[in-house]
Ligand binder design. Structure first.
Ligand code: FAD
Length: 496
């Protein structure tokens, strides 16, 4: 309620926010979480909480009147469709040179993502977070994060026999014939549940093409893991459809201004609460946008000059390959990827063998590559337009394409195959207009101290992907979770 006071306020309910809330609550602190998206705990008229990738409806997108599917063409035909404007689950946020996909709702990105839960190789960690003690991370915090998230790996014997991973097996064969290391990628999906889906004994989710707009079964989002444990402490409350717009110092505390939203995105009430501590966990983009605006408009002028800097796209780039007729990838494809091709050391690319869960045979192999893209962008306040801009250029994906080609040019040449040109436009090979993995904007040990404290303002912290300087060499959420575990442990021990 307006006028209330809370000891700890957490902005956002993704990975960083959920870790912070759980650990603070376990330490005896009452926590209020503010989430701009919906609760995603109530079925729609079709009896399902989440809509299907093949039939995106009002639940699919955050305040758009037309879908903006990451793979926006098929056989050269645009597949986007009109939808009613609604506070849907996936935000395709458009900046000048890039569309940044993000989850909206209680659970943040964990609601929409593929659940791929990858710990970076230890030899690569120094480049990911140079100021963090790697021994501590690999001995304590990565194991803690993996346990808290419920990470597991596909049973290799089942993988070899199930129809729904035919596409992955084709990916493996082509990778290995070109001499690339093929790896299984861990995931938070309940693998036993997926085997039952394949056996036909439970309702299908991964095998019904549920991805991007939520999974109705099987995937362990934060709602089933960290947030469930946080709520069970009895000390954590969550306010969905509330968006933080300001955090201002006020007599040793912070005044937090919050818009209450309805499901068409209008502000229905403005509330003000005070908090002793505020944890920015609005995601790389959400946290950066808030901090850049609050610094530039004089609300938090003491934030340092690193605010808004060091943003990267985790080198994301997508492509498809057209297989020969003797290499079908399967009409039934698990929407949850389970394998990858690791050419990081030699070529700067780690490629996920991704599904195309269209329900029909496509003879296509599809990949999301994570690459060592060197470019970093900066958020800045555009006073004239009253918004925060990001100066990423589409042409900055060029190094990512070149790195991905170290894998796929060789495979194409070995297999006598070509790239698909019909998935991202008319004769367009590379999905270079987007990222799923925004990282940075309030980088650890630069914009904050080495534990996420915004030191000019005691009691303000960053705990999410904004801390990570643009690249994690693999999918990011395990690293975001592990870093949050490390930082909140220190903050609880020394600041409370
Ligand atoms: P988020 O999870 O983004 O949470 C931030 C939350 O804050 C959101 O719920 C948002 O609505 C809320 N918020 C923002 N601003 C405000 C505000 N002003 N007031 C109130 N609330 C606010 N990563 C992997 O590791 N593996 C994968 O397989 C994978 N697949 C992905 C697939 C897709 C389609 C997408 C979009 C992402 C994927 N990711 C994946 C990335 C991963 O989901 C993100 O890296 C992760 O969610 C970031 O965590 P976070 O805690 O930084 O913030």
């Amino acid at each position: 309620a307006s006028g209330a006071h809370v000891p700890a306020l957490v902005i956002g309910t993704g990975y960083g926010g959920s870790v912070a809330a759980l650990r603070l609550a376990q330490a005896g602190v009452d926590v209020h979480m503010i989430e701009m998206g919906m609760a995603w705990d109530t079925p729609g008229s079709d009896g399902k909480i989440f809509c299907n990738t093949r039939e995106p409806d009002y639940r699919s997108y955050w305040l758009r009147t037309r879908t903006k599917a990451p793979l926006n063409y098929f056989l050269g035909l645009p597949i986007d469709r009109d939808i009613p404007r609604h506070t849907g689950i996936l935000d395709a946020e458009e900046f000048g040179g890039i569309t940044v996909y993000q989850g909206r709702g209680v659970g943040g990105g964990s609601l929409v993502n593929g659940g791929m839960a990858v710990t970076p190789k230890r030899e690569n960690f120094g480049a990911v977070l140079p100021s963090v003690d790697a021994d501590e991370m690999y001995d304590v915090y990565y194991p803690r994060a993996n346990a808290g998230l419920g990470v597991g790996t596909v049973d290799p014997a089942w993988f070899d026999s199930t129809a729904c991973y035919q596409y992955s097996r084709v990916g493996r064969k082509h990778a290995q014939r070109s001499g690339f290391p093929f790896v299984f990628v861990p995931d938070v999906y309940d693998w036993d549940y997926m085997e039952q889906e394949a056996a036909g004994t439970v309702p299908r989710s991964a095998l019904a093409g549920e991805i991007l707009y939520g999974n109705n079964h099987g995937k362990k989002s934060l709602q089933q893991t960290y947030l469930a444990r946080a709520r069970a402490t009895g000390r954590v409350t969550v306010s969905p459809l509330h968006r933080v717009t300001s955090v201002a110092p006020a007599a040793g505390r912070y005044t937090v201004v919050i818009d209450q939203l309805n499901t068409t995105g209008d502000t229905t009430a403005v509330k003000t609460v005070t908090a002793d501590r505020v944890f920015f966990a609005a995601g790389s983009v959400g946290t950066s946008k808030l901090l850049v605006r609050l610094k530039a408009t004089g609300v938090l002028p003491g934030l340092n000059g690193e605010i808004g800097r060091g943003w990267g796209d985790n080198g994301n780039v997508m492509c498809g390959r057209a297989n020969h007729l003797w290499d079908p990838t399967g009409a039934l494809q698990s929407a949850i990827p389970c394998s990858g091709i690791d050419n990081w050391a030699a070529g700067g690319a780690f490629a996920e063998v991704a599904p195309l869960p269209t329900g029909i045979e496509t003879f296509a192999s599809f990949y999301l590559s994570i690459t060592r893209n060197p470019h970093r962008a900066e958020f800045s306040w555009n006073a004239a337009a009253g918004r925060v801009d990001l100066n990423w250029q589409t042409s900055w994906k060029r190094p990512s394409i070149d790195m991905a080609r170290t894998i796929f040019d060789r495979i194409n040449s070995r297999e006598g195959t070509i790239y698909r040109t019909d998935l991202f436009g008319v004769y367009k090979i590379w999905g270079d207009h987007l990222t799923y993995h925004p990282l940075g904007g309030a980088v650890l040990n630069r914009a904050t101290d080495n534990y996420g404290r915004l030191t000019a303002y005691p009691g303000l912290y960053v705990v999410d992907g904004a801390l990570i300087p643009g690249n994690t060499t693999v999918n990011p959420f395990v690293t975001i979770t592990a870093l949050a575990e490390r930082n909140i442990e220190r903050i609880i021990a020394t600041d409370l």
